[in-house]
Design a protein around this ligand. Structure first.
Ligand code: APR
Ligand code: ZN
Ligand code: ZN
Length: 366
């Protein structure tokens, strides 16, 4: 067991606190990781606000990279000294999804068995089973994916959550590629990641939609070929017009990614897709939201697919090393997502900045 500094949310709505925690030595199937960088994600704020569950105290942070410090007796997948990105879906290898060759949909993902605790022995609930706003954290070995250590920790750690969700929504769930059009509604961190993913895959046109001009500028930097300010024009008509310019006869985009998480933007996505096109919902709705009223004949008549994308349908062991390599080759600009590097005691300030619209990601450097 060892003691380290970490950021904990002790009670619903209360500001986070920097405290000393106990990190057990890794047992079977576990690893202790010395965290190097961890992004501040909406989900961390959500935990602090009690919006996910009431299992306080939470050890926040889950978009992280670091160096494996120690592994449990039976662990062979990683070893001390490996540079890893942490993931929140360690697959079991033996459920129905795993057995049919689709481990990215594993029904039985797992975390470390032992618990990290406060100094008084209170068990901590690590955010998404990770808890990386800490100098060191205990995870399942399967949550560690080894990647090229030449990469900048702050940039590639973001693949652990929001950036992977966006890239995967376009590439894995939406299956975009050359000769395919895509529109992305909502250009925050997740939406622009979808745009970067679409650009990597060779999609064209790549249409960015947002109500903020500043967000649309960032979207252009990351690969959008067209921008639509939906506070000024009807985004559905604009998407249709732009797609028809490239592909005569197209009645919308082949793939429309919804990265806001609201019924009205999902409805825009529904009507902005081409016949037989795909809608991908990656924005996270609140539990009270419902599907907007759409005549069933429109669902039937347009064909295609209405999908949702969870963690970008990623398989960390396949996708993390590939995306890190593309980053190192200069083909995927993960640095663009790091708006600022901050200290571990600046997390409350980073939460405040999330609503301002100027920050894609604040990343804690440890
Ligand atoms: N039309 C278009 N864009 C909109 C609209 C709208 N009606 N309302 C908000 N937006 C834009 C905002 O301007 C912002 O750029 O959606 C974007 C949302 O971005 P962020 O708040 O930065 O959120 P992000 O981290 O990208 O996550 C997007 O996915 O992971 C989930 O919980 C997350 O639901 C959220 C979504
Ligand atoms: Zn499984
Ligand atoms: Zn996250």
């Amino acid at each position: 067991m060892q003691q380290v500094q970490a950021v904990v949310a002790k009670a619903k709505g209360a500001p986070v606190e920097l405290v000393t925690i106990n990190v057990p030595d890794p047992g079977p199937g576990e690893a202790v990781v010395q965290v190097q960088a961890c992004g501040v994600c909406h989900t961390d704020l959500h935990y602090r606000e009690g919006g996910i569950n009431d299992d306080f105290p939470f050890l926040l942070g889950h978009e992280a990279s670091g160096i494996v410090e120690a592994v449990g007796p039976d662990v062979t997948s990683v070893k001390p000294g490996d540079f890893v990105i942490l993931n929140w879906r360690a697959v079991c290898g033996d459920c129905r999804a795993c057995n049919r060759g689709e481990p990215q949909y594993c029904f039985n993902t797992h975390n470390a068995t032992q618990k990290m605790t406060l100094e008084d022995g209170t068990e901590l609930s690590p955010a998404l089973g990770i808890g990386a706003f800490a100098e060191k954290t205990l995870v399942a070995a399967g949550q560690c994916t080894k990647v090229d250590p030449a990469a900048r920790p702050a940039a590639v750690g973001l693949l652990g959550c929001g950036v992977m969700a966006g890239i995967g929504a376009a590439i894995n769930t939406g299956q975009v590629g050359r000769g395919r059009s895509i529109a992305v509604i909502g250009c925050g961190g997740v939406g622009v990641a979808a745009i970067a993913g679409a650009a990597l895959a060779g999609a064209s046109p790549i249409i960015a939609v947002d109500i903020s001009a500043k967000k649309l500028e960032t979207a252009t930097k990351l690969g959008a070929t067209h921008t639509v300010d939906s506070s000024k024009v009807d985004p559905v008509e604009e998407i249709k017009r732009i797609c028809a310019e490239t592909y005569p006869g197209a009645e919308g985009a082949d793939v429309v990614v919804e990265a806001v998480g609201r019924p009205e933007t999902w409805k825009q996505a529904f009507y902005a897709r081409d016949l037989a096109g795909t809608v991908v919902l990656v924005g996270v709705p609140t539990p009270d939201m419902t599907i907007p009223e759409i005549p069933l004949i429109d669902v039937f008549g347009r064909g295609g697919a209405l999908k949702s994308s969870w963690y970008g349908d990623c398989l960390p062991s396949r996708d993390f090393p590939m995306l890190v390599d593309l980053y190192l080759q200069g083909r995927l600009d993960l640095d663009a997502f790091v708006t600022e590097e901050i200290g571990i005691d600046d997390i409350e300030a980073a939460f405040d900045k999330m609503h301002g619209g100027d920050v894609l990601r604040s990343v804690v450097i440890l």
